[in-house]
Write a protein that binds this ligand. Sequence first.
Ligand SMILES: Nc1ncnc2c1ncn2[C@@H]1O[C@H](COP(=O)(O)OP(=O)(O)OP(=O)(O)O)[C@@H](O)[C@H]1O
Ligand SMILES: [Mg+2]
Length: 351
Amino acid sequence: MSTLQTEHVYKVFGRRPDDAVRALESGTGRDELRADGTTAAVIDASFDVKPGQIFVVMGLSGSGKSTLLRMLNGLLEPTSGRILFGGQDLTALSAREMRRVRSTKISMVFQHFALFPHRNVLENAGYGLAVQGVPRAERDRRAAEALALCGLEGWENSWPDELSGGMQQRVGLARALATDADLLLMDESFSALDPLIRRDMQDQLLELQKRFKKTIVFITHDLNEAMRIGDAVAVMRDGRIVQQGTAEDILTRPADDYVAAFVQDVDRSRVLTADAVMTSPARSDADGCDCPTVTADTPLADLCAVSARVPHAVDVTGTDGAVVGSVAQDRLVAFIGDEQRAPVRCTEVAA
Ligand SMILES: Nc1ncnc2c1ncn2[C@@H]1O[C@H](COP(=O)(O)OP(=O)(O)OP(=O)(O)O)[C@@H](O)[C@H]1O
Ligand SMILES: [Mg+2]
């Protein structure tokens, strides 16, 4: 299992890209470059993704997400910087070596997964293995296993046009899993699905990830999706990663106004947990109270339900059952309402 690392990666489209990188390094702005027809699509991207992590990249259209992903699988060569996977420098490989790495170690799932219409579901799921030259019997066995993991057992002999959009997307995921690739790159993979199926796919991905611990880079426009599945989230703006951290970091400590505006519509009650809101130590009047409590990983939505039934701050307990902190109702409301400062009360205003 391998870690993915990018070090100061740039991608510039246009004439004299190397000069453009030097200009960017010495402070020239992206807009100045654009004036003479040069697009700095990715600027100085550095991050690490460990095995078992889902690294989510989000940002507005044109911010450089797909360009970044295409460099990770070698379809685009960085103008500058290094990409290491499992310690191997992908940017130093020949085109032939890169093709080999791409067919054995990296899998990609796109937004509109193009299945071959004249191959059945089993053959479609086994396509990556066919490219690797895996013999028919083993290919079919591994493809069938991957389909079963993606909830498609019994559909092996169907044709793609007999499947719903969600099921076709599952075949795409099965194809990626069947190859045993360590690095999974997903570009808006669930974006074309309707909300319920999309949520289902997110659950399935999280479930599969618990078992396989792949290294995953997942691009999405959907903030709630990013917050739900990302162990780490990077926000891109105009080619740069302007903030990276946990979903909670980004929600509660946005690096700038752009990130703050970007995340303002996220459903905080489902992303943030008691841990983010609680104050410690435990409240002083907690002794002998038998009201319901929560744990540090209880989502705020569930914490609200408890808070409504308890006449005082809700106690937060640790793994050993001991009270480690508490959440007062006004603090809870302030957090859900995106009020990061302490709530102002009228007596404080008067003072
Ligand atoms: N092959 C190319 N030649 C020139 N410019 C390109 C090329 N590919 C991408 N770009 C430019 O690079 C910038 C980043 O594009 P990219 O496709 O990476 O954005 P994105 O964040 O994936 O957007 P979206 O959310 O719309 O998919 C854009 O300004 C785009 O026009
Ligand atoms: Mg894109």
